[in-house]
Design a protein around this ligand. Sequence first.
Ligand code: C2O
Ligand code: CU
Ligand code: CU
Length: 496
Amino acid sequence: MIAISSSARKRVCAFALAAIDWARLGWGRPLGAVLAIGGVLSGCSDTPHGAASGEMTPIVDLNPTPDVVEVDLVASSSQQSYLPDGPADIWAYRDGFVAGSRAAVPGPLIEAKQGDSVIVHFRNELPESTTIHWHGVRVPNGADGTLATQAEIPPGGTFDYRFVAADAGTFWYHPHVRGDVQIERGLYGMLIVHGGPDAPVSVERSFVLDDVKLEATGKLSATTDPLDVMLGRQGNVLLVNGVSAPTYDVKAGARERWRFVNAANGRYFNLRLAGHRFLVIGWDGGVLPDPYEAETLLLAPGERYEVLVELSGAVGSVAPLETIYYDRGHEVPDPGPQDVLKLHFTGAATSPLPLPSSWGELAPLSVTADTPTQTMVLDEDEGAPGQDPMFFINGRSFPDVVPLEGVAGEVSVWSIRNKSPMDHPFHVHGMFFQVLDVDGVAPAHVGWKDTVNVPQKSTLRFAVRYGAAGEWMFHCHILEHAERGMMSSIRLSPMP
Ligand code: C2O
Ligand code: CU
Ligand code: CU
């Protein structure tokens, strides 16, 4: 396996971190030793910053134990220049362990191995309350970061999140308080859990996609118009890892693995790399049993995909990864293809090793006529002119909802009917599901999802294995919709 592994990084930093741990605990080491450690630490944490390079900065793992990832994460106000015109005032995450670290979009990259214990010491330096939700991770209910499971963390407050990274895959973290505002301002980051089947690749890259609505000054727009609410705010500048259209140096003939998260409030990314096909190997819940080729890759807000690409291009040439039109409803016009990022071919690679013959495992959830079914209707009310639209699940608008009931670990079918003339990406916390059909038609590919696009005027059914006991939110991941009512929860009682 040629893939760059997280364990390599853990080794690189291990000396510094083992040392720092006791320095932190104040076990009376001489000052000289502590300063020496500082020098080593900068070697492993001073990687080029996202804002400049389009790469994410890995967070420092404070814990030398191989199976524990322990980090300090801080949310704070900061500035970031998305355009040359001037900096935007952002809210973002930073590594609380690295003295003087600057909060940036996206937040530090957290990596773990499947089965690791993850401990996040979080501190809120924002001027308002927040929480952190671990999107897609099957955390214990108390670590889910919603207001069903914890109180808001006030300015100056702290909270420890603890969970086991049970599933390998691509996840992300973000607040669950005023998500439309807080995530839009820049509070999000990626969490990668390594493990499971692997493919020989020369480079692994991770891309968090977003868009921001900027004024000519470079500042984030302070206005939310009815269209922003109806579609979820779609910005005028696309971002990859916090950078507008970054360029990555690549080699012709190389096979690369790309992980994508769509962290945008409302934008759908429909990715295309001209002259190439993606081999889609993973969804929200990890590697698929049967990877498949695709010309385009549609990411609704909240979704994740992992693909392999075998790159071809003349040395010296530049090729854009574009997002192209997708009909998400409400007659949204086609702006034409837009560049998401650029690939700059700097040379040639040796041909890649063969792909593995077996991939992920997936036992289909067994569904019979007796499997209990929950029926849900998604709807919207455009409101009178000048008024904000409202959004509903089963005619109710959060927080005026009645939580569903279920039993932890049971299998249920959810039938989601989208009555509205636009798509809604439907997300469930704390568990994964398998799509059964859309308007009665079985999907072409199978895999675990926690966020799925429910197309306009259609009914999508999935089978879900309920997670651990507790109260779990489910909602549309267009954040303006969730915050204006399209959100509810299910209460799971412990297995009898
Ligand atoms: Cu990213 Cu409640 O979710
Ligand atoms: Cu979530
Ligand atoms: Cu929606």
